[in-house]
Write a protein that binds this ligand. Sequence first.
Ligand SMILES: CC(C)(COP(=O)(O)OP(=O)(O)OC[C@H]1O[C@@H](n2cnc3c(N)ncnc32)[C@H](O)[C@@H]1OP(=O)(O)O)[C@@H](O)C(=O)NCCC(=O)NCCS
Length: 196
Amino acid sequence: MDPVTLPTDRLVLSAPATSDAEDVIAYATDPDVIAYTPVPAPYGHAEAVEWLGRCRTGWESGTRLAWAIRRREDPRLLGTVELFQIADGAAEVGYATHPDARGHGYVTEAVSAIVDWAFATPPHGLGLVRVQWRAIATNHASLAVARRVGMSYEGLRRSGVLHRGQRHDEALAAVLRDDDRSTPLGWPAPTGRPDA
Ligand SMILES: CC(C)(COP(=O)(O)OP(=O)(O)OC[C@H]1O[C@@H](n2cnc3c(N)ncnc32)[C@H](O)[C@@H]1OP(=O)(O)O)[C@@H](O)C(=O)NCCC(=O)NCCS
């Protein structure tokens, strides 16, 4: 499929381009990105070029769709949101940003727009019914984004994910097309007990 550009109030979400390689390296080498995502480490020009190539083929096949997060007035790639494992009406979402771009709600804004598009009926979107999210359970910033976009908590896979040689608890959440995104359900209270 052709890459899809999605404008939001403050952002333009567009397919990453070869010219974004240095910006990709800048966020992919951030310690939090290494701690919580499966980026190669170390990460240099070859890794960025390889990932940008996968972005291109992902759009071509329609199986893995990546968007660069950019401010409307600034072409710098601040981070990315990806939809992957797109099959049978469902997909998974993943995201990461450079530390400079955190704390402004950009990822929440980007993921919300991408979820809207994923649920929209073709040709205006993918016509999905479910978008899911997974994260290492101690990744509170990622949990907060998933909750803010209206995902409901689906549970914890104890020691469910292997990351950099160690097993971690993995949190699961998802949003369905017909969910009321203003009332995400089931997120654990700080004690770890479900609150809804
Ligand atoms: C996960 C990650 C993308 C979240 O980034 P983030 O900046 O916290 O997320 P957002 O862009 O949605 O911004 C939310 C923050 O902006 C604040 N904010 C400011 N204006 C806002 C607005 N208009 N709307 C929403 N939030 C706003 C929120 O209060 C929140 O701050 P807080 O965490 O202090 O409460 C980032 O921490 C990251 O890249 N981590 C490393 C990679 C990673 O873990 N990826 C996920 C793997 S599962």
